[in-house]
Design a protein around this ligand. Sequence first.
Ligand code: WTA
Length: 650
Amino acid sequence: MTGQPAKENFTNGLFADELIFHPSSEFKDNANIQDSRIYLDAEENWLEYWNSQASKLSWFKKWDFTLQWEQCFAKWFVGGSLNVSYNCIDRHLNEGRKNKAAIIFEGEPGDSRVLTYQDLYREVTKFANVLKDMGVKKGDRVSLYMPMIPELPIAMLACARIGAVHSIVFGGFAVESLRDRINDAGSKVVVTTDGGYRRGKGLPIKKNVDKALEGNTSVEKVVVVNRTGAEIEMQEGRDLWYHQLMKDAPIGCPAEPMSAEDMLFILYTSGTTGKPKGVVHSSGGYLVGTSSTFNMVFDIKEDDIYWCTADIGWITGHSYVVYGPLANGATTVVFEGAPNYPEKDRFWEVIEKYAVTIMYTAPTAIRAFMKWGDQWPAGRDLSSLRLLGSVGEPINPEAWLWYHKNIGKERCPIVDTWWQTETGQIMVSSLPGINATKPGSASMPLPGLEIDVVDPAGNPVPAGNSGLLVIKRPWPGMLSTVYKDPERYLEQYWSRFENMYFTGDKAVKDKDGYFWMLGRVDDVINVSGHRMSTMEVESALVDHPAVAEAAVIGKSHEIKGQAISAFVTLRDTHTFGDELVKELKAHVATKIGALARPDDIFHTAELPKTRSGKIMRRLLRDIADGKALGDTSTLANPETISGLKENYTE
Ligand code: WTA
């Protein structure tokens, strides 16, 4: 990149002071994708484009049809058969990568392990045999509730090897969220750990599992990895230690030929209702989508050390810590810790220690680093870095510029990648060797994709105007359905517009075709890049005996992007006060997880509602953000507003 940004005159008024950064000629000349014709070629025949990407994987049987599209349900690479774990491990053993580091693990306490591709083969095939021995068969579900340790990708790949479906539950979720997800998936086995580390303190991982399995459950066995040595109870007949099972397990386990459309995993994500959706990803399409985008967006080279800081419990970790990198035979860093433990330079220490070349992180982390001060990254050697990435929420230009200057040292291109749990793969991003980047814009759709900004009637809006973000043609990484709920799949994504996938996001496309993402239009909130539904938090609040009604909104927050604010009305039996606020916050944290704990809770005699009884969250958002209130004419109880406003500004 040139150190000096060229200022361009920008006319739509939205982004008045626009900056443009170009990749350096050195980066361009060495990039995996150097020719912008890739966009045109893919456009000319997008199915052929995906065929050529799919051919880079190893198939047991080639597909007969690239795509079968039936009333919004897509089947990719129909007739083809492959195994994801084979593609992520075995084929690299014969391609000179046997001794290459597949996973570099950095534990929170500073312990470290490197697993070569040969090591990964051994561990994965052994654990696949363990699962088989327990009676896990093709199509059975296995829930994984673990911190960021190598046994997590090992368990994922072991499931993929025998055709079992994994369902990972982020370790930050508490008992109830875990229970719902295990039950909905109907898992036969849970793989977990005794405990976990969080900024030097212990996480009660196994205890949460024990509570989640109380009562009726489909779970027959719980495999426990010894991570912290925490004192736990092992239930006779149900709970088994990982290390004991692995001791005698044989090495080598055939990779089950899976049809391209067979389920690879379920990942629960928040939607607009209280109940999370089980997003289903297939084997073939998903791997084609993630491996090809990983290669081109991250410009991966044989000797890169790549680090995505996301937790594997989220889609970013599935696609770009595990499957994308390993399918490319890359070296991926798995980091268990937090950015500020033991000190605020832990990330930079990790980069220095392993000479990381590519870093992929979230805007919320970048904003925290900005606040902590430039001295932390300045004290470490970051000269190995050559490319930076951002994901999870819109990155504000200030954070982009800080990242560019203090981490990329004005040398590394930044790829701002827009995508979703449902899209499986990156959808909008620059290709770092081709496109100039504009801080705050995710650039443009990747080759082969058709993405647009439309008005409520589905017509494209003129450049520079905001509208709804839609995807106009299928793509291989797309979700196949919502687990056990195809109706919800249709309703959520395909009912708003005919033959267009509705993302739930709003965006602007500028005159150069660059997309500027503007956040969600539905009741999904994004707290520190973690996706949550307002309804989920509301039901946790209403579950408390004091609360009669609750409305939850995302309020702008300097670091988190959005923070949770809750408005509650109380039952007559209770009075509002600091004690109750504390109790309610704790209640949400124990039910959903600390990530859902509201920042503020406000009391109101009544919630603002439309005449049809719908809570007007828009008004609450405006109040919370201190904005002028929009149209209140549809309000059934306008008098609530003045009371609320006073209460809020107190
Ligand atoms: C938001 C995370 C702006 C968006 C991969 C989307 C982004 C939601 C970006 C999906 C980005 C993700 N710029 N917004 N680069 N990346 N988002 O399912 O609102 O956890 O709909 O997937 O995050 O969140 P999810």
